[in-house]
Write a protein that binds this ligand. Structure first.
Ligand code: C5P
Length: 221
């Protein structure tokens, strides 16, 4: 049987990672966090890499290799053999990622890396353009959405639960800025694929969203 690919796209802070991990666990297939790939590239290249010329960027990308290992909640990505961890999870690296994500050379590089993973394995692939660009023939496509205030509130609760400092107003601003940038870029802007199932999670609990996604996928399999 061909590999099964389920895609999960949506804006920052909508809960894609939690849902994608849950789905991959329930289906027993790996989970690919493509935001972590953009973050990993941004973090590796450093501040202002989005202002480099195309040759310099292309040379730097030649030095980057991603590997996906494990399955379900234990899926993990490594960059040049080093597991990607907390260092890429800051709002600052998220913003850098959003800057480099506008560049076609970066998107082409990561699209090829993502498709290579999808050729080797079934996947739950999470990101912004998984259903619309990278895996147009995915078995099942979801697009999760929620109001920006609600997404900022969720991120705030998440950070507080981890014992980290959080400022709700700053988070709302950062989420809105990233939305603006991700939705309006020329290449692969954030949008639902025409055949994606759109779920507005603003007023839904995590449990209800998770159950809805799993039931919908199972009907398709
Ligand atoms: O999902 P996450 O917040 O980790 O993604 C970081 C940034 O990477 C996003 O704001 C977006 O600009 C970019 N990204 C993308 N396409 C993807 C995944 C992430 O452009 N498939």
């Amino acid at each position: 049987m061909d590999h099964v690919v389920v895609t999960l796209d949506g804006p920052a802070g909508v809960g894609k990672s939690t849902m994608a991990k849950g789905l991959s666990e329930a289906l027993g297939i790996p989970y690919l966090d493509t935001g972590a790939m953009f973050r990993g590239v941004a973090w590796r290249l450093g501040r202002n890499a989005w202002e480099w010329d195309a040759d310099r960027l292309a040379r730097a990308l030649e030095e980057i290799r991603f590997d996906l290992h494990g399955s379900g909640a234990d899926s993990g990505l490594s960059l040049n053999g080093e597991p990607l961890g907390a260092e890429i999870r800051t709002e600052e690296v998220g913003m850098w990622a959003s800057h480099v994500a506008k560049l076609p050379v970066i998107r082409d590089f990561l699209k090829a890396a993502q498709r290579a993973v999808g050729e080797r394995s079934s996947l739950v692939a999470e990101g912004r353009d998984m259903g619309s660009v990278v895996f147009p023939n995915a078995l099942m496509k979801f697009f999760l959405d929620a109001d920006p205030e609600e997404r900022a509130r969720r991120r705030y609760e998440q950070l507080r639960a981890m014992g980290r400092e959080a400022d709700l107003e700053a988070l709302t601003k950062s989420i809105r800025a990233r939305d603006e940038q991700d939705r309006n870029r020329a290449v692969a802007p954030l949008r639902a694929a025409s055949d994606a199932v759109v779920v507005d999670t603003t007023r839904l609990s995590e449990e209800v969203v998770a159950a809805t996604l799993l039931e919908t996928v199972r009907q398709r399999m």
